[in-house]
Design a protein around this ligand. Structure first.
Ligand code: NAD
Ligand code: TYD
Length: 348
């Protein structure tokens, strides 16, 4: 039985990847390693936790001895690495935490993988899940390609860029078989309400202001999380060693336009008069170093692996809102306690 270690599987994207793999590959054993930081939540995996081919490991990727010991004990064949500190605003207030988890943590995993398998690389793979933010910011035109030079602007994107470089360096130096993917902004069920979409859904539900940074004319390329999980499955199984794949939604939105669409859908679903939620839009101080525009050229994964998004933005957003509306308990649980401190510091 193949043993696959997925890191960060209790988080937003990781939980969708774990669910997909546990259900789709009963012949593989899936180990989910997660430190359960504020962003990790085992509630996200309630429906798979009893499955025979699933094991949860509670641990921190920066703890070298622990990581070496689980690689020795379980002899993982492959790694899909998603664990990270993932929120740009938090990286601005605590950049060292990002360097520790995203850079050091990735190196600790790479080391453990290298020591376990040395040169016996047959059927082994280290898959590093990364972000398009490593490429920096685009102007009004152009797209990020796999060959676009790295030019990160936030401590988050700099730490992810650095981790990508280490994965590549281990590939060159120690011949580790790796693949990397760089994906655009995800949205969907189980996303922690610090990121734009779930934060604004939660604020609309609670009649709180919707804090739009700067003039709201920043552009992101949005992808439904299940389409990202499908892409990860493809890259993991069919991607070519030492290659990078950009993943994106072919779906650019200015923040303010996205927020208006979200407000409209929320008003409809909540039975409120049109325009009610839009009144909550409040322009606030801009994020420092705010990247103007991200947009992905996903033609390589499309052409080489046959991937393209399956869900339109309107459908995906509608599904996402429906999930939050029918999972208020999940939302209340994650927004109690420390969340209030974070929110007050960030927005007041
Ligand atoms: P998330 O913040 O929702 O989840 C991160 C998970 O990692 C959490 O479960 C957390 O407990 C765990 N974790 C954090 N530090 C850890 C540590 N030291 N040891 C073990 N576990 C730890 O993040 P996400 O949005 O699901 O992103 C997952 C990955 O995908 C990240 O690597 C991120 O850079 C990348 N990514 C995210 C997006 C996006 O839009 N969210 C887009 C492209 C790429
Ligand atoms: P975010 O969801 O934090 O993702 P990222 O910074 O990784 O792209 O933010 C998406 C966009 O929304 C980004 O341009 C910043 C903006 N934004 C706001 O205007 N207000 C907010 O409160 C947040 C969290 C984000």
């Amino acid at each position: 039985m193949k043993k696959i270690l997925i890191t960060g599987g209790a988080g937003f994207i990781g939980s969708h990847v774990v669910r997909l793999f546990v259900n789709k590959y009963p012949e593989c054993h899936i180990y989910n390693l997660d430190a359960l930081t504020y962003a990790g939540n085992l509630e996200n995996l309630k429906d798979v936790e009893y499955k025979k081919n699933y094991t949860f490991l509670h641990g921190d990727i920066t703890e070298e001895e622990y990581i070496k010991s689980i690689f020795t004990d379980y002899q993982f064949d492959s790694v899909i690495h998603l664990a990270a500190e993932s929120h740009v605003d938090r990286s601005i207030t605590d950049p060292l935490a990002f360097a520790k988890t995203n850079i050091l943590g990735t190196m600790v995993l790479l080391n453990a993988f290298k020591i376990l398998w040395q040169n016996k690389w047959d059927d082994k793979r280290f898959y590093h899940v990364s972000t398009d933010e490593v490429y920096g910011s685009l102007g009004a035109t152009g797209l990020f390609e796999e060959s676009t030079p790295y030019n990160p602007n936030s401590p988050y994107s700099a730490s992810k860029a650095s981790s990508d470089h280490f994965v590549r360096a281990y590939g060159e130096t120690y011949k580790i078989p790796y693949v990397i993917s760089n994906c655009s902004n995800n949205y969907g069920q189980h996303q922690f309400p610090e990121k734009l979409v779930p934060l604004f859904i939660n604020n609309i539900l609670n009649d709180k202001p919707l804090p739009v940074y700067g003039d709201g004319n920043y552009t992101r390329d949005w992808l439904y999380v299940l389409d990202h999980a499908i892409a990860i499955d493809l890259v993991f199984h069919k991607g070519v060693n030492h290659e990078t794949y950009n993943i994106g939604g072919f779906n650019e939105w200015k923040n303010i336009d996205l927020v208006k669409l979200l407000c409209e859908q929320m008003d409809n679903k909540l039975g409120r008069a049109n325009g009610t939620s839009e009144k909550l839009i409040t322009y606030v101080k801009d994020r420092p170093g705010h990247d103007l525009r991200y947009a992905i050229d996903a033609s390589k994964i499309n052409k080489d692996l046959g991937w393209s998004p399956t869900v339109t933005f309107e459908e995906g957003l509608s599904e996402t809102i429906d999930w939050y509306l029918s999972n208020e308990e999940w939302l209340n649980n994650v927004t109690s306690g420390n969340y209030q401190n974070y929110y007050n510091k960030q927005y007041n």
